[in-house]
Design a protein around this ligand. Structure first.
Ligand SMILES: [Zn+2]
Length: 182
């Protein structure tokens, strides 16, 4: 939990009548990082919309999918998002607010206007979006490890003829059933 980033009721932001700004410094529970997440986030209640913008960064430790070695990666997110307050917005609603529903900035999220805005959750989402699907330690990746330390080697037997495998599976499942006495 990042100190000071407790969920805030949207009504409170509305009553404020001006943007609220948080300075961010701390660890996200869901994303352990080597350095604290640092930055700022700002939210302004605009009636039907909540405008949130922020800039946060941190360094996380990842494991390379190829060589399985660990490496550090800097994550930084600078984003601005409009969140619709209410049920799914209709095109009419959007037209009223002067937003083009087909624009890439189209609304992606809705919040219950009686609910809370969660600054920490927002930061987590923005940083998660920056993470790559495939982790590679870099140009000098040594490649796949030669032999896994555990795994195949720990099975005493040589791999059986695949034609006999089905029979063997059947046999062992019968044995399991046969020795099952409770
Ligand atoms: Zn690697």
């Amino acid at each position: 939990m990042i100190p000071g980033l407790e969920p805030v009721p949207l009504r409170e932001l509305q009553a404020l009548g001006s943007p609220r700004v948080w300075s961010v410094e701390g660890q996200l529970d869901e994303m352990p990082s080597l350095t604290p997440v640092r930055g700022t986030i700002r939210a302004e209640h605009l009636g039907n919309l909540l405008e949130v913008e922020g800039s946060v960064q941190t360094i996380i430790c990842l494991r390379c999918d190829r060589c399985l070695g660990h490496f550090n990666q800097q994550l930084s997110a600078v984003s601005r998002e409009l969140i619709w307050l209410g049920t799914e917005p209709s095109d009419d609603h959007l037209a009223q607010t002067g937003l083009d529903p087909t624009s890439p900035e189209g609304l992606m999220e809705c919040l219950d206007p009686r609910g809370d805005f969660e600054p920490e959750r927002w930061i987590y989402e923005q940083l998660s979006l920056q993470m790559s699907v495939v982790n590679r330690c870099g140009e000098h990746c040594p490649g796949m490890p030669q032999q896994p330390a555990d795994g195949a080697a720990s099975h005493g037997e040589k791999s059986p003829d695949p034609r006999w495998q089905a029979l063997k599976d059947l046999q062992s499942s019968m044995q399991r059933n046969g020795t099952h006495h409770d």
